[in-house]
Every structure is written in structure tokens, then in C-alpha cells.
Ligand binder design. Structure first.
Ligand code: PBG
Length: 316
């Protein structure tokens, strides 16, 4: 059954399409900014005046969704730019939704880019205060949803974040806004380039008191199940490549759509090897993304989305 490409197409189990992709975009304050992130070639910081040109391309390539990450001009202990009405993410959402109402716009929900200490929640006496953090994350979600986000994607890993955000959205009359929970987020070294891009490296300690231990797989199922019970509409596993067993197990366990986050360090490795001529970028990327889909990911957040969509469709 492998003898011809027609026969292989006939029996192929997994077909990757641009419909599978969510494209991450970094937005910053300022004017005329399109600045490449050193460890992520092809990925940029965009000021709002340059954002729509990028989003137009994403839409033209048939990618149905983006997720926005904000890098604010000012950081403080409580991450107040995360829930400011004129915060960078809120402004970006309004701008994008006005031009592309049908694009699914997701908002990452976390405080780490917005706090001066770089942690995902509020710090009291050197410790992350879970419940005080939830209040601010709910405020952030409501303001992102009011700006027009279709999906809130909480990545903060505080305990009970999904229930708190669902309640907050409902109380604000935002029942139709969905939650894509980063339920299964590991304390991973693969986030290095993102932290450089988002200026969100913790100023003390690390994130191991709230993100998951990479050694644990069964715990991932508890996290996924409890988040669905708390009201998550979709569940994410992050990172992707070192956790494909987890993607598969989560997919078998919960009946909501499952996403995989092909993170910054995974992207950087492929770009670096390709730049050295050590691997065939196109072939490797398509093989990897197909593998993630085969493992069970119905959606893939990936910095490769635009290139992969071009390769899959032949469009520019
Ligand atoms: C914020 C957040 C992180 C990523 C997405 N949201 C970083 C972290 O937890 O340190 C990582 C994404 C990537 O590496 O591409 N909490």
C-alpha cells in the first residue's frame, strides 16, 4: 500500500491543514516597530501600526486563529497593564477584530509579562499568592473579552484559574467567550526564547511551584479532567514534542478539543539547525506538525504556522 503516492494518499490517516493552526503574535507599544526576536528568526515584536499587515497575511494563508501576547512598556508588582482598558493586548484585540471579525482571536491570560518580578501571579513575602492572583487574572480575562477576544487562554497555572475565569466572564455577561485552558503546562526549559521575547524571565526563583513537573504524566490527566469540570472548553498541553505521550493520553481522557503548544525553544532548535544546513526545514516542520496531530492535537499553536500554511497550500 506504499507503492504509489495515490495509494499512500488513499490510506493516509492524518492530514495536516492550515485549519489546524493558531499563530502566536507579540505586540508592543510604540510606532513603526517590527523587530525580529533574536532567538526566533521570522518572529517579530509588532507595534499596532504594523500589526494589521501581519494579521492580513495570516488570514490570507487560511489560518483561522491567532493568539496575542503583550509586552507592556511599564511593569509593576501587580501587573496592572494586563487588565488596563488601554493595555497593549486590549488595543490589539480591538484593532484586529474590527478588520477581521471572523478571525478567532485568542488572548493569553497571564501576569508574567506585566509584573516587574516576572512571576505569573502576585508575590507576597517571596511566595506566589494564589487567590490574590486569581482576582487579577479574572479582571484581565474580563477586560480581554470586553475588548473582543473570542477565546481566553489562561497560561498562569494558578490553582482554580479556569473556574474563577469562567465565573468572572459569566458574571460580566460574557457567557459566549470560550476558555482554552493551558491545563497541562510543564515547568519547561523550552520556554527560554519566549521569555527573552516577552521579557518575562522570573527575577527570583523559578516557576516550579506552579507549573508541572516534567516527570509526571498521570498528574496531567488530573489537571485536564479538573479543568474540564471547572468549565474549560478546550485543553492545551505545553510544550509539545517532549510531551506527545501526554497529548495522546489527555485526548483519550477528555472529550473536549485538545491543543498542543509547539513552543519557542522547539521552534528555535529547528530554525538553528536549518540555518546551519543540518536539516531540511520544510520537511522537518511538516513531519513534526503531522506527528503532533497524529498524537491527538486538534489545534497546534506554532510559530511555524505561516510557513507551514504556505507549504501546504502553495499560497503566498
Ligand atoms: C506565559 C507564557 C509562557 C509561554 C506562553 N505563555 C512562558 C512561561 O510560562 O514562562 C511560553 C511560550 C513559548 O515558549 O513559546 N506564562
Amino acid at each position: 500500500m506504499r507503492a504509489s503516492s495515490a495509494m499512500r494518499a488513499l490510506v493516509r490517516e492524518t492530514v495536516l491543514t492550515p485549519d489546524d493552526f493558531i499563530y502566536p503574535i507579540f505586540v508592543v507599544h510604540g510606532q513603526g516597530i517590527k523587530e525580529e526576536i533574536a532567538s526566533m528568526p521570522g518572529v517579530y515584536h509588532f507595534s499596532l501600526d504594523n500589526l494589521l499587515a501581519e494579521v492580513d497575511q495570516v488570514v490570507a494563508l487560511g489560518i483561522p486563529s491567532i493568539i496575542l501576547f503583550g509586552v507592556p512598556a511599564r511593569k509593576d508588582a501587580f501587573g496592572s497593564e494586563a487588565y488596563a482598558d488601554d493595555g497593549i493586548v486590549q488595543q490589539a484585540i480591538r484593532l484586529v477584530k474590527e478588520k477581521h471579525p471572523d478571525l478567532v482571536v485568542m488572548a493569553d491570560n497571564c501576569l508574567c509579562q506585566f509584573t516587574d518580578h516576572g512571576h505569573c501571579g502576585v508575590v507576597k513575602a517571596g511566595i506566589i499568592d494564589n487567590d490574590a492572583s486569581l482576582e487579577l487574572l479574572v479582571k484581565t480575562a474580563v477586560s480581554q473579552a470586553r475588548a473582543g477576544a473570542d477565546v481566553i487562554a489562561p497560561s498562569n497555572m494558578m490553582d482554580g484559574f479556569t473556574a474563577a475565569i469562567r465565573r468572572g466572564l459569566d458574571e460580566a455577561g460574557l457567557e459566549s467567550v470560550a476558555i482554552l485552558s493551558y491545563a497541562v503546562k510543564y515547568a519547561s526549559a523550552f520556554y527560554g526564547p519566549f521569555r527573552e521575547a516577552a521579557h518575562s524571565t522570573p527575577q527570583f526563583g523559578d516557576r516550579r511551584t506552579y507549573q508541572m513537573d516534567p516527570a509526571n504524566g498521570r498528574e496531567a490527566l488530573r489537571e485536564a479532567v479538573s479543568d474540564v469540570e471547572e468549565g474549560a472548553d478546550m485543553i492545551m498541553v505545553k510544550p509539545a514534542m517532549a510531551y506527545m505521550d501526554v497529548i495522546q493520553a489527555v485526548k483519550a481522557r477528555v472529550d473536549v478539543p485538545v491543543a498542543a503548544y509547539n513552543v519557542s525553544g522547539e521552534y528555535a532548535m529547528i530554525k538553528a539547525a536549518a540555518a546551519n544546513g543540518w536539516i531540511d526545514e520544510r520537511a522537518v516542520v511538516l513531519e513534526m506538525l503531522t506527528g503532533l496531530k497524529r498524537a491527538g492535537a486538534e489545534m497546534i499553536l506554532t510559530y511555524h504556522a505561516k510557513d507551514a500554511a504556505r507549504w501546504l497550500t502553495g499560497r503566498d
